[in-house]
Write a protein that binds this ligand. Structure first.
Ligand code: TZP
Ligand code: MG
Length: 221
């Protein structure tokens, strides 16, 4: 059975994304602290300068996933459908330049499918192709993605909601505890981020602060 939208929205609240290239510390330790701080989902995104490949990548994925399993944190693999299937991850996230979402959906069955979208056209296609959630961004400028588009994600989330589309949405790009509430106010169900946790001196505290900023947003609603 495909994941239900309300359950998906819960998982998206504080969605941490990381690969070896995003930290100078030990990835397993950073993830452990992020989990202590209250992240609700994790994406393994091993990509770009300094990233691992092949067996080393798979081994790290397995170790990070084991940690997630112990703490009941869903584990999503970026791009690499074969890896997600090989290790039986909870799902896959693909961008517009990756394998097409309908093809990924056929391969992964009922696992979670996340799709990045930057236009209303891409949003509608992703939904038609079977996305369980959309990643929309960048909301703010980011240094974690070299080929990132100009920030406009906030406007797109508002447009999606204005069109009456209720699919689970997570915002991405330059999100911090200071601006998280503004992202939620556009109509997002959660925030996803790399550096706010992976580059933090204290990743546990960083995750906690993000969590608190979401809670204070809920109180205002
Ligand atoms: N896609 C759009 S922005 C981004 C990705 C993967 C990077 C987000 O990283 P950060 O450090 O939270 O800005
Ligand atoms: Mg991708």
């Amino acid at each position: 059975m495909r994941i239900q939208a309300n359950k998906m929205k819960e998982m998206l609240q504080l969605y941490f994304i990381m690969g070896t290239q995003n930290t100078n510390s030990v990835p397993l330790e950073v993830l452990e602290q992020a989990i202590s701080g209250g992240i609700t989902m994790f994406q393994f995104r091993e990509k770009g300068r300094g990233s691992l490949s092949d067996l080393a990548k798979e081994e790290l994925a397995r170790n990070l996933m084991k940690l997630c399993k112990i703490h009941s944190v869903p584990f999503i693999v970026n791009d690499d459908v074969d890896l997600a299937l090989a290790i039986d991850a909870n799902g896959v996230h693909v961008g517009q330049d990756d394998e097409k979402a309908d093809q990924v959906r056929r391969k992964i069955g009922d696992k979670i499918l996340g799709v990045s979208a930057h236009t209303m056209d891409e949003v509608r296609k992703a939904i038609e192709y079977g996305a369980d959630y959309l990643g929309i961004g960048p909301i703010f400028p980011t240094e974690s993605k070299e080929d990132a588009k100009p920030p406009n994600g906030g406007a797109l989330i508002k447009e999606i909601r204005k069109a009456g589309i209720s699919i689970p949405i997570v915002g991405i790009g330059g999100i911090t505890a200071e601006n998280a509430a503004a992202v939620m106010e556009t109509g997002a169900d959660g925030i996803s981020l790399i550096s706010a946790i992976s580059h933090a001196k204290n990743p546990e505290k960083a995750a906690l602060d993000l969590k608190l900023s979401l809670l204070s947003n809920n109180r205002r609603k």
